[in-house]
Design a protein around this ligand. Structure first.
Ligand code: PEP
Ligand code: MN
Length: 374
């Protein structure tokens, strides 16, 4: 059961809700705070067997907006009728919600300092404050480049700060890496922020997921499992949230089947609206790992652009895109990397598709004065 408080309500209301909950043995409470641009909404989750608890006792408390009986299995990440305004979070000065799109353009794998610097400089020139930088790389073959690991963190963070990057999506493959990242950020003087990425290969690594949920410092970018159902991936996000960290973005990145040939994966971006309907997680798409190739259509538009477009036109809030100053020599995933010269084109393209999505939303907007119940 979820008790939703009025926006910006004070601790008295919270205390009254917790007091009311204490009348029911075996029920625990957990508070979730959703910070929007204008308001902060607190919710109190009643954990335990709440079936026989009447809602009236909570509804009568002044300052309680409504009480939601959660039938769905995604207790924390579930949408539960929550409107768009309550979706998302802010991290390091960047707002992640359903009202804007962030391009996380950057290196699949950090290789050299000059390449990180060239990429960060191009991002700044394009007005982008978010990037991807892989440092711990999970590779199919043990003989492939495994990433530079912790030693490169100091200069990656330094360069990110130098070029105004606020958030770096960085995959972690082992809980110990959270401490390495936290320490390096601290030692560098926190010039930037990190969004911890769970790769598709770790989509059901429950110990890693729990560890990511037990910290609140970093938000989490969860990449859907390539060989498991959507439901299983959403349950994995619920693991993170149920441990205490609801700041999660759900990333679609294609699923593994030869039916997607010649793409690396079968592009699954038709699931963007499904994830938005079922959960309140902002949705990301990764067109680079989904398509895996740099082919062009007959007009010269890269297929990767078309894949991003499919995600953005459906309401994706973020796209993770591989770039490299010289894809031919990239140590990881060069064949799918865009060049830095293509970055301004991608920005313009994404802006155009987003405008089309906004127009589509207007077509379905409720008549003036009516509010859509999500
Ligand atoms: C990546 O984003 O670098 C990556 C390895 O992606 P995925 O886990 O989706 O394969
Ligand atoms: Mn990659």
């Amino acid at each position: 059961m979820i008790i939703v408080l009025e926006p910006d309500s004070d601790d008295e209301v919270l205390a009254a809700v917790v007091r009311q909950a204490s009348n029911y043995p075996g029920i625990q409470t957990r508070r979730h705070v959703i910070r929007g641009t204008e308001h902060t909404v607190s919710e109190v989750y009643l954990l335990g067997d709440t079936k026989s608890i009447p809602t009236e006792g909570f509804e009568q408390i002044p300052g309680v907006r409504r009480v939601v009986r959660v039938a769905a299995k995604y207790r924390i990440i579930g949408r539960h009728g929550v409107a768009a305004e309550s979706v998302g979070f802010e991290y390091n000065g960047v707002r992640f919600d359903e009202r804007q799109v962030h391009l996380f353009a950057g290196l699949c794998a950090v290789d050299t300092r000059p390449n990180v610097e060239a990429t960060a400089r191009a991002l700044q020139a394009a007005g982008i404050r978010t990037t991807r930088m892989g440092v711990y790389k999970p590779r199919t073959s043990p003989y492939d480049f495994q990433g530079l690991g912790a030693p490169c963190l100091p200069w990656v963070f330094e360069l990110a700060g130098k070029y105004g990057i606020r958030v770096i999506a960085m995959e972690v493959t082992d809980p110990r890496q959270l401490d390495e990242i936290g320490r390096a950020l601290e030692e560098a003087g926190r010039p930037t922020g990190v969004m911890l990425q769970v790769g598709t290969r770790n989509a059901q690594n429950f110990e890693l997921l729990k560890r990511l949920g037990q910290q609140q410092e970093f938000p989490v970018l969860y990449k859907r499992g390539m060989g498991i159902s959507l439901e299983e991936s959403l349950n994995a996000c619920e693991y993170i949230a149920s441990e205490g960290n609801p700041r999660i973005i759900f990333c679609l990145r294609g699923v593994k089947t030869h039916l997607g040939d010649p793409h690396r994966n079968l592009v699954d971006f038709a699931h963007v609206p499904v994830v938005r309907r079922l959960t309140r997680l902002p949705v990301c798409v990764d067109p680079s790992h989904a398509t895996g190739r740099m082919d062009l259509d007959p007009e010269g538009i890269p297929e990767i652009f078309h894949a991003i477009g499919q995600g953005v036109i459906s309401g994706a809030a973020m796209a993770l895109v591989d770039f490299h100053p010289d894809p031919k020599v990239a140590l990881c995933d060069g064949p799918q990397a865009l060049t830095l010269e293509q970055l301004p084109l991608l920005v313009a393209y994404t802006r155009g598709v987003r405008a089309a999505y906004e127009a589509a939303r207007q077509l379905f907007a409720p008549p003036a004065g009516e509010v859509r119940s999500a």
